[in-house]
Design a protein around this ligand. Sequence first.
Ligand code: GRF
Length: 194
Amino acid sequence: TRIALFASGSGSNAENVIRYFSGHEDISVPLIISNKRDAYVHERADRLGIPSFTFSKAEFDEGSAIIDMLRSYDIDYIVLAGFLLKVSQSLLDTYPGRIINIHPALLPKFGGKGMYGGRVHQAVVEAGEKESGITIHYIDENYDEGDIIFQVTCEVLPEDTPEDVARKVHALEYAHFPKVIKAVVKGEDLSKFG
Ligand code: GRF
């Protein structure tokens, strides 16, 4: 199984996923795609020896150049790891049920346009939530609304700042995202992850 990672930013989740699967027998990550030429994920990709490419928003909206590249790399699954653009309908049609996203909060709360990065954690703190967490879900045509695959929570204390929440959520992402991806592509039973 060959996975392409899409990332817009730092790419720490992308790197964590790549490291998890390096040396894995039947799952590999041969390609990284971004919408930002200066995103730090490209430096990580260089260091890890994985080709990374940038496409414009117009190319993402239209889809065909990206689909051509995914086909040329024989990609089976797409994993969005901090990817901030909407995925085109043509990409959804080409990879039905094979595009997975991670969201740094407990959907359906704190999802939708504008809810990314630190803004999500800010909103969680401002709402006085007692917990946050991560949601790993399939992508459909609406932001953050596809079927949920996996969620896990962390405590939010009254004195926690958005940065504190971000730290806890990132720890959950690093601990769970790779193994959930593995379970999805292998068609394994996810209920055992609780
Ligand atoms: C992660 O928290 C991810 O869930 C969110 O954006 C962040 C990306 O961080 N959508 P990184 O690029 O993986 O370091």
